[in-house]
Design a protein around this ligand. Structure first.
Ligand SMILES: [Zn+2]
Length: 317
């Protein structure tokens, strides 16, 4: 089914000469012009690393140690993250938060385990890390090959502490909150809120000016609602798992884009349009300048699956 769709798609694309669409990689590998990695101190002692090609991180430096958010896509990348942290502090790494169960946010965990960190995540993220690790490894083989990284170096390190709705922690007198507003991009999507600093890190649900992968969401409407709740929070800086530092309007823009995607796809499915017909009619061309639009064939495919079966393409068991 999938194969014939892709075959038909390639055929259509070669006819109209939109060859870039046919290159959409399903395996997590990225084909883009390099953008330099930057580290910004978004509040005193709170650092944000923006890595356009892969995934972002944040870390909070306190007198009692360091809290790190997400661990990157391979232990080699985690070592680079640790080196970046070491340019800002020599304090021990106390905590690592895994915001969601995608390999580009937890495959580097082993490096921070070695450093003695305690791992925190939502209960559903912990379940997904356990049950979907094989799927995650599989869909990132293209990336490993591209980077010449050995997949065998990735070790599954599961969270030590999980939470259901909210977990408030302090480190060196600084407060951080892990907040769960239900599934957004993924079951278990953790938002990390620094109330005093008015900064929110959102791993999966928010990425500035970027199409997120809808393959995992069990509820697009909850995702949109989550983004609107985030926009209503007492926050000045929104740090996404991907993309650069965002403002409130960027969060609202994504909510609108996903809401349009949801409505457009529902209308098309109601008219019994096939995936090919939806793709050909380009109903989301308005958002063609948003990053990852070139993967629209995959997004339509995934969400069509969801709307016709009632289950995400990659579902939590
Ligand atoms: Zn990611």
């Amino acid at each position: 089914m999938k194969r014939s769709f892709l075959g038909a798609l390639l055929c259509v694309l070669s006819l109209v000469g939109m060859h870039t669409y046919a290159q959409a990689p399903a395996d997590g590998s990225v084909q883009e012009k390099p953008v330099p990695i930057t580290v910004t101190e978004v509040a005193p002692g709170l650092f944000f690393q923006y890595h356009h090609q892969e995934s972002n991180n944040a870390w909070l430096v306190t007198d009692e140690g360091v809290l790190v958010i997400d661990s990157r896509q391979h232990p080699k990348r985690a070592e680079e993250l640790l080196a970046a942290i070491r340019k800002t502090t020599d304090k021990p790494i106390r905590y690592v938060i895994n915001t969601h169960a995608h390999g580009d946010h937890y495959f580097g965990n082993a490096v921070f385990r070695r450093e003695g960190a305690v791992f925190l995540a939502h209960r559903d993220t912990a379940v997904m890390m356990k049950t979907h690790h094989g799927v995650e490894m599989k869909r990132r083989q293209g990336y490993f090959k591209q980077q010449k990284f050995d997949p065998a170096e990735v070790r599954l390190i599961l969270p030590d502490v999980t939470y259901d709705e909210k977990l408030t922690g302090t480190l060196g007198g600084r407060v951080f909150e892990l907040i769960y507003l239900g599934a957004g991009q993924n079951p278990g999507d953790t938002l990390v809120y620094f109330p005093k600093e008015r900064v929110l890190f959102s791993g999966g649900p928010f990425s500035k000016n970027s199409w997120p992968n809808p393959q995992f969401t069990p509820s697009m409407s909850n995702w949109v609602s989550m983004l609107r709740q985030m926009a209503a929070m007492n926050v000045d800086k929104y740090l996404g798992g991907h993309g650069d530092i965002g403002a409130r309007q960027d969060v609202l823009n994504e909510a609108q884009m996903l809401s349009d995607f949801d409505a457009g796809m529902r209308a098309a499915v109601k008219k019994s349009m096939s995936r090919e017909e939806i793709y050909k009619s380009a109903p989301f061309a308005k958002y063609k300048d948003v990053r990852n639009y070139y993967r629209m064939n995959l997004f339509i495919n995934s969400y069509h699956h969801f709307l016709t079966t009632g289950k995400p393409e990659v579902a939590m068991p």
